[in-house]
Design a protein around this ligand. Structure first.
Ligand code: C2O
Ligand code: CU
Ligand code: CU
Length: 461
């Protein structure tokens, strides 16, 4: 049994204390990392993309096929690249045998195109969405949101990335050669059954499904070949429930340059970074300055090898990462606003609640005025067993962290966020503003918690 020290350590590092810890297998590095395709536009004018939710079979392990879902393919999805100012039209099509929705996580759009649980497309249905991209350069993502089925549909493979670029980001000189020195990394842990097939119902855990096998961009046992240069990695924790603390096995540091919704003001040197489900971070690893590149790998806090790197002898471009990347600020007047919304996260398994209630699609939990900034306090109320981290997410808005338990957020959290980790007994204050109107969700991003009703609704008017 665990002594108190282990419990504290686990809590701090973000393991679930309710459950036994399932560690990840080491990647053997036998497969080169798959890189999602960049989705081509159907037309330049009006910018029409087609995004289809599809089902099919995927050979994840050689020789056996799993039943999987994907966008415009059989597993995972393409990258949609927008520019700030684009007027985007997306034709969404549901080719599954069950209802689904198309949710754009982190995108500041009006609620009628946000793709929450109210926006269901039945099998065979399609809908054209139109919106303008008004936010700054960032790495966002998209996934389904049908209430009670989100966890299963994401687990089966429905997830893709959105890149936003703007004039500023294009002038920074950051690595941006897609698939060469700028890679998306979608981390998802899965469990495979004795036939080496993906089987959600067998793997499912009401408290968050954790697997022992990591897929990155859907690649089993991945490795990544890079040149001796600065490489940008866009990390997405796309897992149902697992938290990761990423580091290099050489002990070298890297630079974090972006949070969920945009660039940090300056690059933050880190030796490790924790991401809870749905959080993103962009980091720069300088493979030209790392001395020992033999057996170099990205590892998890417990030492599990996630992504071995093969560093070629080729030198890449010798670029300088700018010291100033953004002008994000926490205005004094916002810092001192009173708390006007309180969110209490509580429970485990299927007994999870927000402010003592479960999700009810007919109930509006909060209202807020379009354009107003309000301070929300998110409290993770511990239970008798200590509790667990809940990653808290709000739709339709990028927000700012004001404080964690009264203290300033760490340097690498001083940037736009749409999801935050909230530790047991922790109180996090955030400044939230919605640019658009309508009914948006806020919820725990452990997908089984969300499906079990750890979700509320805010009406912006
Ligand atoms: Cu990632 Cu409610 O969403
Ligand atoms: Cu979302
Ligand atoms: Cu939760």
């Amino acid at each position: 049994s665990m002594d108190m020290k282990d419990m504290d350590h686990d809590k701090m590092k973000g393991h679930m204390s309710h459950d036994k810890v399932i560690s990840l297998n080491d990647s053997t590095g036998e497969n080169e990392l798959k890189v999602p395709t960049l989705l081509a536009r159907d037309h330049e004018k009006g910018i029409v993309y087609t995004v289809k939710a599809q089902k099919g079979k995927t050979e994840i392990f050689d020789g056996t096929e799993s039943e999987t879902y994907g966008y415009n393919g059989m597993f995972l999805g393409p990258v949609l690249r927008f520019e700030k100012g684009d007027k985007v039209k997306i034709r969404t099509i549901n080719e599954l045998d069950e209802p689904t929705t198309f949710h754009w996580h982190g995108l500041e759009v009006s609620a009628d195109v946000d793709g929450g649980p109210h926006d269901v497309l039945k099998p065979g249905e399609e809908k054209v969405l139109e919106f303008e991209v008004t936010q700054e350069a960032s790495t966002l993502w998209f996934h389904p949101h049908p209430h009670g089925k989100t966890s299963e549909q994401v687990y089966k493979g429905l997830a893709g990335l959105i890149y936003i670029e703007d004039d500023h980001s294009k002038g920074l000189g950051l690595p941006n050669d897609y698939g060469k020195n700028d890679f998306p990394l979608i981390f998802q842990d899965k469990t495979f059954d004795s036939k080496k097939q993906l089987n959600y119902s067998a793997a499912k855990n009401e408290d968050g499904t954790i697997g022992d096998t990591l897929l990155i961009n859907g690649t089993l046992n991945p490795k990544l070949t890079v040149n001796k240069e600065k490489v940008r990695l866009r990390l997405l924790n796309g897992s149902n429930a697992r938290n990761y603390t990423f580091k290099l096995n050489s002990g070298d540091s890297f630079l974090q340059i972006a949070t969920d919704g945009g660039f940090l003001n300056e690059p933050v040197p880190l030796q490790e970074i924790t991401l809870t489900p749905s959080e993103r971070a962009e980091i720069i690893v300088d493979f030209s300055s790392i001395k020992k590149v033999n057996n170099l790998a990205l590892i998890n806090e417990d030492g599990a090898v996630l992504l071995p790197f093969e560093v070629t002898d080729q030198n890449g471009v010798n670029r300088k990462i700018p010291e100033k990347l953004n002008d994000f600020s926490l205005e004094d007047n916002v810092m001192h606003l009173p708390v006007t919304k309180k969110v209490e996260l509580f429970g485990m398994m299927d007994m999870v609640t927000i402010n003592g209630k479960k999700f009810d699609p007919e109930r509006i939990d909060f209202t807020q005025k379009q354009g107003d900034t309000e301070v929300w306090e998110i409290y993770n109320k511990p239970d008798m067993m200590g509790g667990m981290i809940h990653p808290f997410h709000i739709h339709g808005a990028q927000f700012k962290i004001i404080s964690r338990d009264g203290k300033d957020p760490s340097k690498n959290e001083r940037g736009w966020k749409d999801s935050i980790s909230v530790k047991p007994d922790e109180k996090v204050k955030i400044a939230v503003q919605f640019k658009h109107k309508g009914v948006y969700m806020f919820h725990c991003h452990i997908l089984e918690h969300e499906d079990n009703g750890m979700m509320g609704q805010i009406k912006v008017e």
